[in-house]
Write a protein that binds this ligand. Structure first.
Ligand SMILES: [Zn+2]
Ligand SMILES: [Zn+2]
Length: 370
């Protein structure tokens, strides 16, 4: 609804909005509202900045980080006066931060375009503001600096110590997984790394990270996770009990190919999964079973590593399998139940226990290292 009349501000005769001509209306009603000076907290240690919550900058380049900070500080401070308004933000980075105490002011030019309800045409509104960076220490960095940690991740093996190779491999694995996690969880930092004789301990800034990495280890190596919490005090701010959590992940004692004992029988491990170990008896029954790690940890015992098993050479396959021990040339005979598919001349692995020989499996040429 347009009413022609006299503008009460300038006296011109025109179509009026709220008693004002379009020019006066535009001057009295900017498209956006934004303060001349916007403040934002920025961590001088890690470059993160506080919007509603603390944000890790997307870039690692100082110039780009400042641009990002000025952009979001401005964006968050702008109030659009109508849905028909769009704006562009142009931060002008002229200086880089010079440490803890330096003041940093970033001039920002804003161009808004659009119209308010009742206006016939789009118009442009430009404004220059300043973004003031307040250099502080973010909660994460201050916790990190005060050796704060929320959880301990313990990496262990069942019933034995981790080997040197495992320590190195698992340490790399933990650090890689934490680096991935850090993108989503800013507290996924290592406050302290404590190597123990039995395994590796990591004090971490977040319980979630400890659980996540333990789960990743279990998915990859199999094993068991246990969690315990210790009351360490009361949060001064919230009055809630404060717990420190220990997440312990134990990888299996043995590997695929190793021979283990379970309920007085011998088995060769055939596969290891996140939740179970599968194995096959090496006696005449050649029975396949699967045990949960919970059972396996308590009820199985390592007998011999695959690479430490003796070898023998097949000298006959019918009716029974006859093999000759490669060490002492003794000949042993086993029932041929058809699950080994050996022929004369093949190498097999054998286990001798209390004078009784067991035929473990055929040596696979391609997988045999030596
Ligand atoms: Zn006017
Ligand atoms: Zn920080």
């Amino acid at each position: 609804m347009k009413i022609r009349g006299i503008c009460y501000r300038c006296g011109a005769e025109d179509e009026l909005i709220d008693g004002l001509c379009p020019i006066c209306y535009a001057q009295e009603h900017p498209l956006i509202e934004v303060p001349e000076r916007v403040e934002i907290e920025v961590c001088h240690m890690c470059g993160s900045y506080k919007r509603k919550i603390w944000q890790t900058p997307k870039s690692e380049d100082a110039y780009e980080i400042l641009y990002e900070i000025a952009y979001y500080a401005t964006k968050d401070a702008i109030k659009k006066k109508s849905v028909m308004v769009d704006f562009e933000i142009y931060p002008k980075i002229t200086q880089l931060p010079g440490g803890k105490r330096s003041k940093l002011i970033i001039p920002v030019h804003i161009v808004a375009k659009g119209r308010l309800p009742g206006e016939k045409e789009d118009r442009t509104y430009e404004k220059d503001i300043e973004v003031h960076l307040q250099m502080v220490q973010c909660p994460r960095c201050s916790r990190f600096m005060s050796n704060y940690y929320e959880a301990t991740l313990q990496v262990r093996a069942m019933n034995r110590y981790l080997t040197e190779e495992e320590r190195e491999e698992l340490d790399n694995f933990v650090r890689e997984e934490l680096a991935k996690r850090l993108k989503k969880d800013r507290m996924a930092f290592i406050a302290k790394f404590i190597p123990q004789k039995e395994g590796l301990d990591y004090q971490l800034g977040s319980v979630g990270a400890a659980r996540n990495v333990a789960q990743k280890i279990k998915e990859r190596y199999g094993g068991k996770i246990t969690e315990t919490a210790t009351l360490v005090g009361v949060d001064r701010n919230t009055g809630k009990d404060l717990y420190r959590v220990t997440v312990s992940v134990r990888i299996p004692e043995y590997k695929v190919g190793d021979v283990v004992e379970y309920k007085d029988r011998y088995y060769q491990v055939t596969s290891i999964t996140e939740d179970k170990v599968y194995m096959k008896s090496i006696d005449y029954r050649r029975e396949k079973i699967g045990l949960s790690w919970h059972v396996a940890e308590k009820e199985t015992k390592m007998v011999k590593k695959n690479e430490e098993l003796d070898t023998a050479t097949v000298i006959a396959t019918t009716p029974n399998i006859m093999v000759m021990d490669d060490k002492n040339y003794e000949v042993y005979e086993f029932d041929n139940i058809g699950d080994l598919e050996v022929k004369e001349g093949d190498k097999v692995k054998i286990l001798k226990k209390e004078g009784v020989p067991y035929l473990v499996n055929k040596v696979k040429e391609d997988k045999n290292k030596k």
